[in-house]
Design a protein around this ligand. Sequence first.
Ligand code: MUC
Ligand code: MG
Length: 375
Amino acid sequence: EAPRGHEIAAVETVIVDCPTTRRHRLSNTEISFQSYVIVKVILGDGTVGYGEAATLGGPRWAEESVEAIKANIDAYIAPAIRGRSALDFERNALLMAKAANRNNAARAGVDSALFDAAGKALGLPASQLLGGAVRDRIEVLWALASGDAEQEIEEAKAKLSAREHRRFKIKLGFHSPADDMTRLTKIVEALPGCEIVCDVNQGWTEATAIRFLPRLAELGVVLIEQPLRPGLIAATARIAARSAIPIMIDEAAFTGPEIVANAIGAAGSVYSLKLVKSGGLFNLKRAAGIAQACGLELYGGCLLETGIGAAAHLAVLSTLPQVEWGCEHFGPKILKADLTQGEIVFRDFHIHCPTGPGLGVTINEDVLRAARRKG
Ligand code: MUC
Ligand code: MG
């Protein structure tokens, strides 16, 4: 039986649609608002914790949609843990995994809320429950993804002069490769001294990658993310072998075995860590360990999370021995209004990890109410 006070009394879910400051385009989808399931956990003593399950453009970036996430949390995941101690992290993760196969974003959202509630009940930051922080800030990049080079250059220059971001991720694959190269060339020439990462989101074939990777190298691109479809390990390994730029594995590896298979197959040398892939905070930490044991370098990936989801990632990232490539938790800044009250600070090109109990963020109830999906 759960110790009185720490038992999970209720798990509530709500779908929110948060407008973004501009259109964000990927090879396979585009958004002008971001949809999340916000999870609220209430403990027996009244402590409240929040978590978030992120998606990108419906069931497009991955198979989960907010509608499915909410239904599966309400019907299967919440009943599996109700009445249990919020402090039994490993047991709760097991029960959730047993109740819902895969459903990584859904389980991660609930897990984040449990860490928030448990930390708040104990007066400890979630990072302390994950082994303790070894860093208090991480270099954070900004993604340029409107597809319009002039707009993107202006946006990047504003970030640079605000000293918020100096490394930029350019989303490729929604224009033809030739048009993307023209766009990229303009951006690179306008931003001397900035590090440029490119994310193709599976938009290329091996042949296209072979043709255009030399141009990316000429432009000084430092990292190229997920050029081909997941599963194409041998093809990705062939382009990795002829590429002067390291390849980052994103959608190709959600699970531990997938990370190992990609690493053994030589399909990349950097791994993008995401809660929506790992399904929970300890599992994200394990994914980092698996990747590192395979010799991969690490990057803190995102799915444009609000401050809640960003804080859940930072709790884990702050405890890792190494995060060689920094992170991309710019999500709170691409929303017209974030769901938290500004505890996450972007300063001097770094995101600063919140230090308060639990995830260290508090909800902006007005923004949450306004973003709540009606009907
Ligand atoms: C992705 O594939 O990395 C994260 C940042 C961004 O611009 O797109 C997402 C998803
Ligand atoms: Mg990616």
